[in-house]
Design a protein around this ligand. Structure first.
Ligand SMILES: Cc1ncc(COP(=O)(O)O)c(C=O)c1O
Length: 303
């Protein structure tokens, strides 16, 4: 699973892959203050590529930068155009798109604020984030011993680079214990999210998902809620404990990378095969990203 391409967009220039470098004294590399996005473009049923929810992702990127007081030199429209330009330059209608905003060199130390703010956009082929088998048959997850950030210890609404240390520790732990993914609880013990995905639980035809308080407000999460509502499935945004996972009829994770991934086992309690609600959301999502669902079209389809 290489992350190669021909060009990476850096501060407005299309730079050959091997020249796309950052100085070792770049501030973000040392302290983790920077923001990023994960977006996907899909080959469309009628040809060409289509970027799914590009508006929403670029808005979250600019909100994240604002929250971190990183001033972007590009408007949201310019960033959207740059994402498409990068796909076109690489002749990749279907790709994962990674814009990243970071501080460059200048001063060091936690009080430094005047370093230049850079933006780069890379694209690469990224298959099933949690595996082909995982998306078909479901994955095994473990409740993490690592707690999700307290709502007041970070800006959870922002997609900040440094936040992901918490996620990586949880993911390593789960993988080392033989699980595919970790489920993180918040400081009060309620279910928060996966390390890079939001979480949904279904029981008796009713779905619930944690509210956006100390989790990332996932764009796929929002899409899944829209799909459920469209299909007439009741969905509640509410807190619940890990016991709700143990007696669930269905559990699934959502994320741009993970798409809609069913969960078949939680902490050695079987959830079972992907159920009808999960399958319905998965099916509509997969057709939607390819431009086959009228009300769920990608941002742009003509490149
Ligand atoms: C911590 C976390 N939660 C949830 C998500 C899902 O967000 P989205 O659906 O916008 O990709 C992600 C992925 O970006 C994430 O990193």
């Amino acid at each position: 699973m290489g992350i190669e391409s021909r060009y990476i967009w850096m501060d407005g220039q299309m730079v050959p892959f091997s020249d796309a470098k950052v100085h070792v004294l770049a501030h973000t590399l040392h302290y983790g203050l920077g923001v990023f996005e994960g977006i996907r473009s899909y080959q469309q049923a009628n040809g060409g590529g289509g970027v799914f929810k590009l508006d929403e992702h670029v808005r979250r990127l600019s909100d994240s930068a604002k929250m971190c007081r990183m001033e972007l030199r590009w408007s949201r429209e310019e960033i959207k155009a740059a994402c498409v330009e990068t796909l076109v330059a690489n002749e990749m209608p279907e790709a994962y798109i990674r814009p990243i905003v970071y501080f460059g060199t200048g001063k060091m130390g936690l009080g430094a604020r005047d370093n230049p703010v850079h933006l780069s956009i890379a694209v690469w082929n990224w298959g099933r984030y949690l595996g082909e088998q995982g998306i078909r048959e479901g994955i095994r997850v473990q409740t993490s011993t690592f707690t999700r950030h307290h709502v007041n210890s970070n800006l959870q609404r922002a997609k900040v680079i440094g936040h992901y240390v918490n996620s990586i520790l949880a993911r390593y732990e789960a993988n080392d214990n033989g699980y595919d993914e970790a489920i993180m609880l918040d400081g009060s013990g309620y279910v928060a999210e996966g390390t890079g995905e939001n979480l949904f639980v279904a029981r008796d035809g009713v779905v619930k998902t944690p509210p956006v308080v100390n989790i990332l407000g996932g764009i796929t999460r929002r899409t899944a809620i829209d799909i459920l509502k469209h299909e007439g499935v009741p969905v509640h945004e509410m807190h619940f404990g890990r016991d709700a996972l143990y007696v669930a009829d269905e559990v699934f994770l959502t994320g741009t990378a993970a798409e809609v991934t069913p969960v078949r086992e939680v902490d050695r309690r079987s959830v079972g095969k992907p159920g009808p609600i999960t399958q319905r959301v998965q099916d509509i999502y997969q057709r939607g990203v390819r431009g086959e669902v009228d009300w769920l079209r990608p941002y742009i389809t003509a490149f």
